[in-house]
Design a protein around this ligand. Structure first.
Ligand code: GRF
Length: 196
């Protein structure tokens, strides 16, 4: 089974999945490998890591498409090249900063995952860490979920909790949450690959 990871930036979650797949021998265990990393930004840092690992990369710039629908159709067609007749690819959003159309979500339903840096259903959308601090919550975290048409919704696969500390800024909280993201995203994918 091919795993296709979509990024827009640093790609640290993508790197965590790649490293875990290697360390835990996902190829042998699940017949799964990270086959392709796609970025909608040519300068995404994560592309360098993927290339250094010998993973195929593609850049699909959303700005060169006339509409969201056209971009999503091209993106879907690119991913579909990594489906095999027996095994549809697993499509992993990892800091991919584009909202996907219902048609795209439908096309990859049940095999499309996302990670969001909050304890969903709290704090959907952007600026989650500042909003968590402003709300005075004592715990924050991250959520891996299956993607449905509604933004940052869909069945929850894994969550992790971290404390919000008195002196936290959005950056310090984000860093604490991110270390947990790197643990739960690979774990959630392994469970999916095991058939849970
Ligand atoms: C992560 O916090 C992720 O949850 C959010 O964007 C960030 C991406 O970080 N959607 P990276 O590109 O994986 O380093």
């Amino acid at each position: 089974k091919n795993i296709v990871i979509l990024i827009s930036g640093g790609g640290s979650n993508m790197a965590a999945v790649v490293r875990t797949a290697e360390r835990e021998h996902w190829a042998k265990r699940y017949g799964a490998k990270v086959a392709l990393v796609i970025s909608n930004k040519a300068d995404a840092k994560g592309l360098d890591f993927a290339r250094a690992q010998g993973i195929a990369t593609e850049v699909l710039d959303h700005k060169s498409y006339p509409s969201r629908e056209a971009f999503d159709a091209a993106l879907g067609d690119l991913i579909a090249r990594y489906d095999t007749p027996e095994q549809p690819a697993l499509v992993v959003l990892a800091g991919f900063m584009r909202i996907l159309t219902p048609a795209f979500v439908e096309r990859f339903a049940g095999r499309l995952t996302n990670i969001h840096p909050s304890l969903l259903p709290a704090f959907t959308g952007l600026h989650t860490h500042q909003r968590a601090i402003d709300a005075g919550v004592q715990f924050a975290g991250a959520t891996v979920h299956l993607v449905t048409a509604e933004l940052d919704h869909g069945p929850i696969l894994e969550q992790a909790v971290v404390p919000v500390l008195p002196d936290d800024t959005a950056d310090t909280l984000a860093a604490r949450v991110l270390t947990q993201e790197h643990l739960i995203y690979p774990r959630a994918l392994a469970r999916l690959l095991e058939g849970h």
